[in-house]
Design a protein around this ligand. Structure first.
Ligand SMILES: *[C@@H]1O[C@H](CO)[C@@H](O)[C@H](O)[C@H]1NC(C)=O
Ligand SMILES: *[C@@H]1O[C@H](CO)[C@@H](O)[C@H](O)[C@H]1NC(C)=O
Ligand SMILES: *[C@@H]1O[C@H](CO)[C@@H](O)[C@H](O)[C@H]1NC(C)=O
Ligand SMILES: *[C@@H]1O[C@H](CO)[C@@H](O)[C@H](O)[C@H]1NC(C)=O
Length: 150
Protein backbone atom coordinates (compact mmCIF):
# COMPACT_ATOMS: atom_id res chain seq x y z
CA UNK A 1 0.00 0.00 0.00
CA UNK A 2 1.38 3.37 -1.02
CA UNK A 3 -0.12 6.50 0.41
CA UNK A 4 0.23 10.05 -0.85
CA UNK A 5 -1.27 13.00 0.84
CA UNK A 6 -1.31 15.54 3.59
CA UNK A 7 -1.24 15.29 7.37
CA UNK A 8 -4.57 13.47 7.40
CA UNK A 9 -2.83 10.53 5.73
CA UNK A 10 0.67 10.75 7.21
CA UNK A 11 1.62 7.77 9.41
CA UNK A 12 4.50 9.66 11.02
CA UNK A 13 6.76 11.44 8.54
CA UNK A 14 5.91 14.52 10.55
CA UNK A 15 8.28 13.32 13.29
CA UNK A 16 11.19 13.39 10.84
CA UNK A 17 10.51 16.85 9.50
CA UNK A 18 12.17 19.96 10.77
CA UNK A 19 11.55 20.39 14.47
CA UNK A 20 10.36 23.97 14.15
CA UNK A 21 7.67 23.40 11.58
CA UNK A 22 4.39 25.06 12.36
CA UNK A 23 2.32 21.92 12.07
CA UNK A 24 4.15 19.59 14.44
CA UNK A 25 2.00 16.57 15.18
CA UNK A 26 2.79 16.64 18.90
CA UNK A 27 1.83 13.01 19.27
CA UNK A 28 4.51 10.34 19.71
CA UNK A 29 3.28 8.49 16.62
CA UNK A 30 3.95 11.51 14.40
CA UNK A 31 0.32 11.48 13.34
CA UNK A 32 -1.72 14.65 13.44
CA UNK A 33 -4.26 12.69 15.43
CA UNK A 34 -4.51 11.09 18.86
CA UNK A 35 -5.81 7.99 17.16
CA UNK A 36 -5.81 6.28 13.81
CA UNK A 37 -6.01 7.92 10.40
CA UNK A 38 -8.13 7.06 7.36
CA UNK A 39 -5.07 5.36 5.88
CA UNK A 40 -4.54 3.34 9.10
CA UNK A 41 -8.10 2.06 8.94
CA UNK A 42 -7.62 1.02 5.34
CA UNK A 43 -4.36 -0.77 6.24
CA UNK A 44 -6.12 -2.57 9.11
CA UNK A 45 -8.98 -3.54 6.85
CA UNK A 46 -6.60 -5.30 4.47
CA UNK A 47 -4.62 -6.82 7.34
CA UNK A 48 -1.44 -4.86 6.87
CA UNK A 49 -0.15 -5.09 10.38
CA UNK A 50 2.47 -2.42 10.03
CA UNK A 51 3.12 0.30 7.59
CA UNK A 52 5.70 2.97 8.01
CA UNK A 53 6.46 6.55 7.15
CA UNK A 54 8.88 6.69 4.23
CA UNK A 55 11.22 9.02 6.13
CA UNK A 56 11.71 6.51 8.94
CA UNK A 57 15.44 5.82 9.21
CA UNK A 58 16.39 2.22 8.61
CA UNK A 59 13.62 1.41 6.14
CA UNK A 60 15.15 -0.21 3.06
CA UNK A 61 13.26 2.21 0.90
CA UNK A 62 13.43 5.23 3.15
CA UNK A 63 14.99 8.46 2.10
CA UNK A 64 17.38 10.30 4.24
CA UNK A 65 16.62 13.83 3.39
CA UNK A 66 19.12 14.99 5.94
CA UNK A 67 22.00 13.54 4.01
CA UNK A 68 20.59 14.56 0.66
CA UNK A 69 19.94 18.10 1.76
CA UNK A 70 22.33 18.82 4.61
CA UNK A 71 21.66 22.53 4.76
CA UNK A 72 17.97 22.60 3.98
CA UNK A 73 15.69 21.58 6.80
CA UNK A 74 12.67 20.01 5.23
CA UNK A 75 9.44 21.32 6.62
CA UNK A 76 7.02 19.89 4.13
CA UNK A 77 6.75 16.93 1.79
CA UNK A 78 4.95 18.37 -1.17
CA UNK A 79 3.39 16.19 -3.83
CA UNK A 80 6.41 16.59 -6.07
CA UNK A 81 8.71 15.23 -3.38
CA UNK A 82 6.30 12.42 -2.58
CA UNK A 83 6.31 11.42 -6.23
CA UNK A 84 10.08 11.43 -6.28
CA UNK A 85 9.96 8.99 -3.33
CA UNK A 86 7.77 6.53 -5.20
CA UNK A 87 10.14 6.68 -8.16
CA UNK A 88 12.99 5.76 -5.81
CA UNK A 89 10.93 2.93 -4.32
CA UNK A 90 10.24 1.54 -7.78
CA UNK A 91 13.93 1.69 -8.67
CA UNK A 92 14.94 0.04 -5.40
CA UNK A 93 12.39 -2.75 -5.89
CA UNK A 94 13.66 -3.35 -9.43
CA UNK A 95 17.23 -3.59 -8.17
CA UNK A 96 16.32 -5.89 -5.30
CA UNK A 97 13.73 -8.13 -6.98
CA UNK A 98 14.31 -7.76 -10.69
CA UNK A 99 11.89 -6.15 -13.12
CA UNK A 100 9.35 -8.97 -13.29
CA UNK A 101 8.95 -9.45 -9.52
CA UNK A 102 8.91 -5.72 -8.93
CA UNK A 103 6.16 -5.33 -11.50
CA UNK A 104 4.12 -8.09 -9.83
CA UNK A 105 4.45 -6.48 -6.46
CA UNK A 106 3.55 -3.05 -7.80
CA UNK A 107 0.54 -4.23 -9.79
CA UNK A 108 -0.75 -5.84 -6.62
CA UNK A 109 -0.28 -2.70 -4.59
CA UNK A 110 -2.95 -0.21 -3.66
CA UNK A 111 -2.32 3.51 -3.98
CA UNK A 112 -4.26 5.97 -1.93
CA UNK A 113 -4.07 9.71 -2.47
CA UNK A 114 -5.69 12.39 -0.39
CA UNK A 115 -4.58 15.71 -1.79
CA UNK A 116 -5.89 19.24 -2.31
CA UNK A 117 -7.52 19.82 1.06
CA UNK A 118 -4.74 21.98 2.42
CA UNK A 119 -4.63 24.00 -0.81
CA UNK A 120 -8.32 24.81 -0.57
CA UNK A 121 -8.00 25.62 3.11
CA UNK A 122 -5.79 28.53 2.05
CA UNK A 123 -8.35 30.06 -0.24
CA UNK A 124 -10.40 31.85 2.40
CA UNK A 125 -7.48 33.55 4.21
CA UNK A 126 -5.73 34.39 0.94
CA UNK A 127 -8.82 35.73 -0.84
CA UNK A 128 -11.20 36.99 1.83
CA UNK A 129 -13.33 38.70 -0.81
CA UNK A 130 -13.01 36.03 -3.44
CA UNK A 131 -15.73 35.95 -6.10
CA UNK A 132 -17.14 32.94 -7.93
CA UNK A 133 -14.68 33.51 -10.75
CA UNK A 134 -11.76 33.82 -8.30
CA UNK A 135 -12.84 30.46 -6.86
CA UNK A 136 -12.95 28.84 -10.26
CA UNK A 137 -9.55 30.25 -11.13
CA UNK A 138 -8.17 28.92 -7.85
CA UNK A 139 -9.55 25.43 -8.48
CA UNK A 140 -7.92 25.41 -11.92
CA UNK A 141 -4.72 26.61 -10.35
CA UNK A 142 -4.63 23.79 -7.78
CA UNK A 143 -5.51 21.15 -10.35
CA UNK A 144 -2.92 22.62 -12.72
CA UNK A 145 -0.21 22.50 -10.08
CA UNK A 146 -1.01 18.87 -9.26
CA UNK A 147 -1.19 17.91 -12.93
CA UNK A 148 2.17 19.58 -13.59
CA UNK A 149 4.04 17.39 -11.14
CA UNK A 150 2.23 14.12 -11.95
C1 LIG B 1 -8.13 -10.10 7.33
O1 LIG B 1 -8.04 -11.06 8.36
C2 LIG B 1 -9.30 -11.52 8.81
C3 LIG B 1 -9.08 -12.41 10.03
O2 LIG B 1 -8.05 -13.29 9.80
C4 LIG B 1 -10.02 -12.24 7.66
O3 LIG B 1 -11.28 -12.68 8.06
C5 LIG B 1 -10.18 -11.27 6.48
O4 LIG B 1 -10.73 -11.92 5.37
C6 LIG B 1 -8.83 -10.67 6.09
N1 LIG B 1 -9.05 -9.60 5.11
C7 LIG B 1 -8.40 -9.53 3.95
C8 LIG B 1 -8.73 -8.37 3.07
O5 LIG B 1 -7.54 -10.34 3.64
C1 LIG C 1 -1.47 -10.50 -5.45
O1 LIG C 1 -1.67 -10.89 -4.11
C2 LIG C 1 -2.55 -12.00 -3.96
C3 LIG C 1 -2.82 -12.19 -2.48
O2 LIG C 1 -1.61 -12.32 -1.76
C4 LIG C 1 -1.91 -13.21 -4.63
O3 LIG C 1 -2.77 -14.33 -4.55
C5 LIG C 1 -1.65 -12.88 -6.11
O4 LIG C 1 -0.97 -13.93 -6.73
C6 LIG C 1 -0.83 -11.61 -6.24
N1 LIG C 1 -0.73 -11.23 -7.64
C7 LIG C 1 0.43 -10.98 -8.21
C8 LIG C 1 0.38 -10.54 -9.64
O5 LIG C 1 1.47 -11.07 -7.59
C1 LIG D 1 -12.86 42.76 1.72
O1 LIG D 1 -14.07 43.45 1.77
C2 LIG D 1 -14.26 44.17 2.97
C3 LIG D 1 -15.69 44.74 2.97
O2 LIG D 1 -16.02 45.29 1.72
C4 LIG D 1 -13.18 45.26 3.07
O3 LIG D 1 -13.33 45.98 4.27
C5 LIG D 1 -11.83 44.59 3.05
O4 LIG D 1 -10.79 45.56 3.03
C6 LIG D 1 -11.67 43.68 1.83
N1 LIG D 1 -10.44 42.93 1.96
C7 LIG D 1 -9.57 42.83 0.96
C8 LIG D 1 -8.33 42.01 1.27
O5 LIG D 1 -9.73 43.34 -0.13
C1 LIG E 1 0.79 26.85 -9.21
O1 LIG E 1 0.26 27.43 -10.37
C2 LIG E 1 0.35 28.86 -10.41
C3 LIG E 1 -0.40 29.36 -11.65
O2 LIG E 1 -0.01 28.66 -12.78
C4 LIG E 1 1.80 29.29 -10.34
O3 LIG E 1 1.91 30.69 -10.33
C5 LIG E 1 2.42 28.72 -9.07
O4 LIG E 1 3.78 29.02 -9.02
C6 LIG E 1 2.24 27.21 -9.00
N1 LIG E 1 2.72 26.73 -7.71
C7 LIG E 1 3.50 25.67 -7.59
C8 LIG E 1 3.88 25.30 -6.20
O5 LIG E 1 3.87 25.05 -8.56
Amino acid sequence: MFVFGNSLYDPGNNNFLHINIKYKANYPTGRCSDGLLISDFIALHVNLSSWKPSLEPGLKTSFHLWSQLPSASVACLNIERQLSFIKNVVNTLRQQLGNAEAKKLLTNATCIAGIGGVDYEHFEPDYPNGTESTKLEYVNWVIGNITNVC
